[in-house]
Design a protein around this ligand. Structure first.
Ligand code: ZN
Length: 450
């Protein structure tokens, strides 16, 4: 059997590369940037992520056809404000980038309040909060502010200025690859297109960077060894970014064996797993097993063609085995798409819990195999092969012995380790460790599946 697992391989224990509070610190660092589906905010975001895990950054020109879409013009913004008659900024992009409707075209005008109002977006039911609005595919402009701030504006003329550009440029996305033993891939996808929104955007980015680091340190339960799969992390703008990636990787999409769209990864709610369109993909089964067996409160929901980029990966032409993991899902919390989704809304503990769940899911996906018992006629003699002795130091000797018996009995080439863990009620790691010990004793051999 293997020795004591290292800290990096034990769920819930800080890996060597993780410091307390560092995911939250990354969220805070990314929070002020004005991201959109294109532009320098995305580039700067990818630069900061690159300091955590190295990225290959791709630039795709405006006008490039991607599946049924076209890469749009690139949007950049330097400043925007509404000034009252005294010259005071009553709405200021520099104070909060949510104040400007994303993809607003440039404007410089003086307007009476009655006319300006048509361009202002508020949330009357949440009067303290600024809404998040965009208009990617219809050229327009507008401002967002709290209903209370609007109510405080006196009648009169206001100077309006949006210093933006909407011009031919590029769509930018980044990829990080953790190499595996096989070319088959596990895809982890996060959107990077929201401006100052912490849970809906940044928490998943922070979790993904730490997941990549843990995977690079190995998945075999002993803290070493290259992962089996190649893990591809995609940091791309929502919808158009995923569509662009799929269009540019069409001939290799079939390598994606499993995948997870990560979003809303840091709020205080419990985890929600959304199944792939297939509903019975291996990741669906593993994610449900991890959530159930960990005892976490959680929810599992069926696929629907809405939400995040699972919509693209699970479109019928691709139909990939890609599920989605969130805490409180899309639109399910009052702070969603408002200035209330700020760094105070996400916690390190919640992000770590999401990270641990992802890590457990990936480790099981990575280790789940079918084996064949090479001595299937009667029980093989374990004592003669030193297999009982190898259990001597363990506190769970009895369970480890049971795991060997279950693995030997069910390894007929049809049942995988997760099948065996579920049927025996034994922890997956114990079953996987038993399989390794039995392989070392040449009683078991993996079925070639790739
Ligand atoms: Zn969103």
């Amino acid at each position: 059997m293997s020795g004591n697992p290292s800290a990096a391989s034990v769920p819930g224990v800080l890996g060597a590369a993780e410091e307390p509070g560092e995911m939250h610190a990354l969220v805070e660092r990314l929070y002020p940037l004005c991201r959109s589906i294109t532009g320098d905010g995305v580039r700067r975001t990818l630069e900061i992520i690159s300091a955590e895990v190295p990225l290959e950054v791709r630039e795709v020109p405006t006008g490039t056809p991607v599946l049924d879409w076209t890469v749009p013009k690139e949007w950049n913004i330097r400043d925007a404000y509404v000034k009252d008659a005294s010259g005071r900024r009553v709405i200021d992009f520099n104070a909060c980038n949510l104040h400007v409707v994303g993809y607003s075209v440039p404007v410089a005008a003086v307007l009476p309040l009655a006319q300006l109002r048509e361009r202002l977006h508020t949330l009357p039911d949440q009067p303290d909060l600024i809404p998040y609005r965009t208009s990617y595919y219809a050229e327009t402009w507008g401002f967002c502010l709290s209903a209370n701030a609007l109510a405080a504006l006196p009648d009169g003329d206001y100077e309006v200025r949006i210093d933006s550009t909407l011009a031919d440029g590029h769509l930018t996305y980044g990829e990080h690859v953790v190499p595996g033993q096989v070319e088959d891939e596990v895809l982890v996808s996060c959107h990077v297109c929201h401006p100052s929104l912490a849970n809906d955007n940044l928490a998943a980015i922070a979790v993904a960077t730490r997941l990549a680091r843990r995977l690079a340190a190995g998945t075999d339960g002993a803290g070493g060894g290259r992962p089996w799969y190649t893990y591809r992390f995609l940091f791309a703008p929502g919808t158009i970014g995923a569509i662009t990636w799929l269009a540019r990787n069409r001939d290799r999409v079939e390598r994606v064996r499993h995948g997870l769209v990560l979003a809303c990864a840091g709020d205080r709610g419990s985890l929600t797993y959304k199944r792939s369109r297939r509903g019975d993909a291996p990741i669906d089964r593993v994610a449900q097993y991890v959530l159930r067996s960990s005892g976490r409160p959680h929810t599992v929901v069926d696929f629907s063609p809405y939400g995040y980029d699972e919509r693209q990966y699970c479109s019928p032409g691709f139909n990939l085995g890609v599920g989605s993991l969130t805490r409180t899902p899309y639109g399910g919390y009052p702070e969603y798409h408002t200035s209330g989704d700020n760094p105070d809304f996400v916690t390190e503990e919640a992000m770590r819990d999401t990270l641990d769940a992802c890590w457990e899911i990936m480790r099981i996906l990575d280790r789940d195999r079918r084996y064949v018992n090479l001595s299937p006629y009667g029980e093989p003699q374990l004592g003669r092969r030193g297999l009982y002795d190898s259990l001597g130091g363990r506190s769970d000797t009895k369970q480890a012995q049971m795991a060997m018996l279950w693995v030997l009995n069910l390894s007929d080439g049809e049942h995988g380790l997760l099948d065996i863990a579920e049927r025996s009620g034994l922890p997956f790691d114990l079953v996987a460790d038993a399989a390794r010990a039995l392989c070392d004793a040449t009683l078991l051999e993996p079925v070639k599946q790739w």
